[in-house]
Ligand binder design. Structure first.
Ligand code: PGA
Length: 255
């Protein structure tokens, strides 16, 4: 069964009310008539309500960049899964390397977030990936396997049914230095094989996005790889024409 790719924009800490309205307006226009690729955007939570409103009647799904593990209570500054859901968010990024680094999020904590999202009926977009030093030390497979096993060992492999993995080598994020299509394909195939050791069915359907300096010129080549199912896009998701070109590349990728 063919997997439908997902191209998701991770706006990170960028935007304003005016920017949100303008970018969504332009994206809707750029993507008219495009099918064969799921599309989502994750603005800062401040702008979810405005984005939900702007996206009414659009095929573009809404997402968020993080979630807390608690449902409610004395957790100053945190946002629950139910709150995100109430504003129409469907795809929730967890375990982004910027959160792992700046907020010291552990594999175990991220696995809890995964479980909370599944329980709330939302789609986790689990970010995994190695540092440059780990890459150079030949540790990439060990690192991504550990990050995936944190979920499998606590929630079971079936947690990946309907879920999304974003393989983002940290050395490629925001650096302009994307992994080559064949480097990325090799790791994506490894990730799928690793999950297949527990369940071939789950491995076959799980969406594995690539992320890290994806742009309008390198997207098509990446998406031509058999195990690359779309992309998590940072910088290039802030410009409607570039993001739309990436979506169209995924929609046109014949596998
Ligand atoms: P980038 O970011 O596209 O700007 O490299 C990707 C990400 O961090 O999700």
């Amino acid at each position: 069964m063919a997997r439908q790719p997902l191209v998701m924009g991770n706006w990170k800490l960028n935007g304003s009310k005016a920017f949100t309205a303008a970018l969504i307006h332009d994206l809707k226009r750029e993507l008219i008539g495009v099918s064969g690729c799921n599309v989502a955007i994750a603005p800062p939570v401040m702008y979810l309500a405005a984005a939900e409103n702007e996206l009414t009647g659009s095929e573009i799904a809404l997402g968020a960049q993080n979630v807390d593990i608690h449902a409610q209570g004395a957790f100053t500054g945190d946002i629950s899964a139910e709150m995100l859901k109430e504003f129409g968010a469907k795809y929730i990024i967890i375990g982004h390397s910027e959160r792992r680094t700046y907020h010291h999020e552990s594999d175990a904590f991220i696995a809890k977030k995964f479980g909370v999202l599944k329980a709330t009926g939302m789609i986790p977009v689990l970010c995994i990936g190695e540092t440059e030093a780990e890459n150079e030390a030949g540790q990439t497979e060990v690192v991504v396997a550990r990050q995936i096993d944190a979920v499998i060992n606590t929630l079971g492999v079936d947690a990946f049914l309907g879920a999304v993995i974003a393989y983002e080598p940290i050395w490629a994020i925001g650096t302009g230095k994307s992994a080559t299509p064949s480097q990325a394909q090799a790791i994506h195939a490894f990730i799928r094989r690793h999950i297949a050791e527990k369940s071939a069915t789950v491995a076959e359907q799980v969406i594995i996005q690539y992320g890290g300096s994806v742009n309008d010129s390198n997207a098509a080549e990446l998406f031509a790889q058999p195990d690359i199912d779309g992309a998590l896009v940072g910088g290039a998701s802030l410009k409607a024409p570039a993001f739309a070109t990436i979506v169209k590349a995924a929609a046109n990728a014949k596998k």
